[in-house]
Design a protein around this ligand. Structure first.
Ligand code: NDP
Length: 250
C-alpha cells in the first residue's frame, strides 16, 4: 500500500539536511507539494531545485514567531492551504549536564520544544481558518526520538525535550480533534546525520554502534513510509499516538 499526497502541501521545518531533507524528497515523490523551511536558505534552495516545481524553499527560524508566520505566508502565496506540518527542526546540547552553558540549554528548549510548538500552532491556526474541520485533512507530525524512552543518553535536556514532544503531541491532538487536525509523534532511532556526525566518528561513538542489537544505525529512508502514512488520508483515524522506528535499538 502506498500513501499518496496528491493535492496536499506539507511544510517541513528543518529541511536543510539529514532526516528533514529526506522527508522532503519522499513527500514530493508521493505527489505532494513541499515547503522547505530552515535557517540555511542556500541549502533548501539547492534542494528545491533538485525536487523541482513541487518544492519551495522558505527562510524559517522556528524559535522566532514572526519567522514562522512569514514562512507560512510564503507557502500559502505559492501553494494555497498548507495541509501538513512536519515539526522536525532539532538540535542537541552537545555536552554533559555538568558542562553545558545555560545558553546552549535555552537553545535546545527553544528549538526542540518551543519551536515545534510554534510551527504546529501556526499550522493549526491556518488550517482551522481554511476549513479543516469540514475537510478533515490537517496533519501534524512531531519528530521526537527514542531518547525519550532511554536512560543515560548523554544529553539529558535533548532527551527531555523529545519526551516532552510526545506529550505535546497528545495535548495538541485533543485540542484540535474537532478541527480536522490529527497530531502524532514519530520517534526515530539513531540515524547518521549532521546532528551526531562527530559522536559516531569518535571511538566511543563507534563502540556504541557495535553495542546496538543489530550493530548498525538506522537508514533515514526507513522512516518515510510511516511519515507518508501519518500525512495521508489513510491515517484519518490516527491521532495522539507515538510511533517508534528504531531497528530494535531501544
Ligand atoms: P540535522 O542536524 O541534519 O538536521 C537538523 C535540522 O534542523 C536542520 O535542517 C536545521 O536547519 C534545522 N534547524 C535547527 N535549528 C533550527 C531553527 N531554529 N529553525 C529552523 N530549523 C532549524 O539532524 P537530523 O536530520 O538528524 O535531525 C532532524 C530531527 O530528527 C531533529 O529533531 C532530531 O532531534 C531528530 N532525530 C534525529 C535522530 C538521529 O539519530 N539523527 C534520531 C532521532 C531524532 P538549519 O540549521 O539550516 O536551520
Amino acid at each position: 500500500m502506498t500513501f499518496p499526497l496528491h493535492g496536499r502541501t506539507i511544510l517541513v521545518a528543518g529541511a536543510s539536511s539529514g532526516i528533514g531533507a529526506g522527508f522532503s524528497r519522499a513527500i514530493a515523490a508521493a505527489g505532494g507539494r513541499v515547503v522547505l523551511g530552515a535557517r540555511r536558505l542556500d541549502r533548501t534552495q539547492a534542494l528545491a531545485e533538485e525536487i523541482g516545481e513541487a518544492a519551495l524553499a522558505v527562510q524559517l527560524d522556528v524559535t522566532d514567531e514572526a519567522s514562522v508566520a512569514a514562512a507560512f505566508d510564503a507557502a500559502e502565496a505559492r501553494f494555497g492551504t498548507v495541509h501538513g506540518v512536519v515539526a522536525n527542526a532539532g538540535i542537541g546540547t552537545g555536552g554533559r549536564a555538568t558542562d553545558v552553558p545555560v545558553d546552549g540549554l535555552r537553545a535546545v528548549l527553544d528549538t526542540n520544544l518551543l519551536g515545534s510548538y510554534l510551527v504546529s500552532r501556526e499550522g493549526a491556526r491556518r488550517l482551522i481558518a481554511s476549513g479543516s474541520r469540514e475537510r478533515g485533512d490537517g496533519r501534524i507530525v512531531l519528530i521526537g526520538s527514542i531518547t525519550a524512552q532511554q536512560n543515560g543518553t548523554g544529553d539529558a535536556l535533548y532527551a527531555a525535550t523529545k519526551a516532552g514532544l510526545a506529550h505535546l503531541g497528545r495535548q495538541f491532538a485533543r485540542e484540535w480533534i474537532r478541527q480536522g487536525i490529527n497530531v502524532n509523534t514519530l520517534q526515530p532511532g539513531w540515524i547518521p546525520t549532521e546532528i551526531n556526525a562527530e559522536w559516531f566518528a569518535s571511538a566511543r561513538g563507534r563502540a556504541e554502534i557495535e553495542s546496538l542489537y543489530r550493530g548498525r544505525l538506522l537508514d533515514a529512508d526507513s522512516l518515510d513510509a510511516m511519515l507518508l502514512y501519518l500525512l495521508s488520508d489513510a491515517s484519518r483515524q490516527v491521532t495522539g499516538s507515538t510511533f517508534t522506528i528504531d531497528d530494535g535499538q531501544s
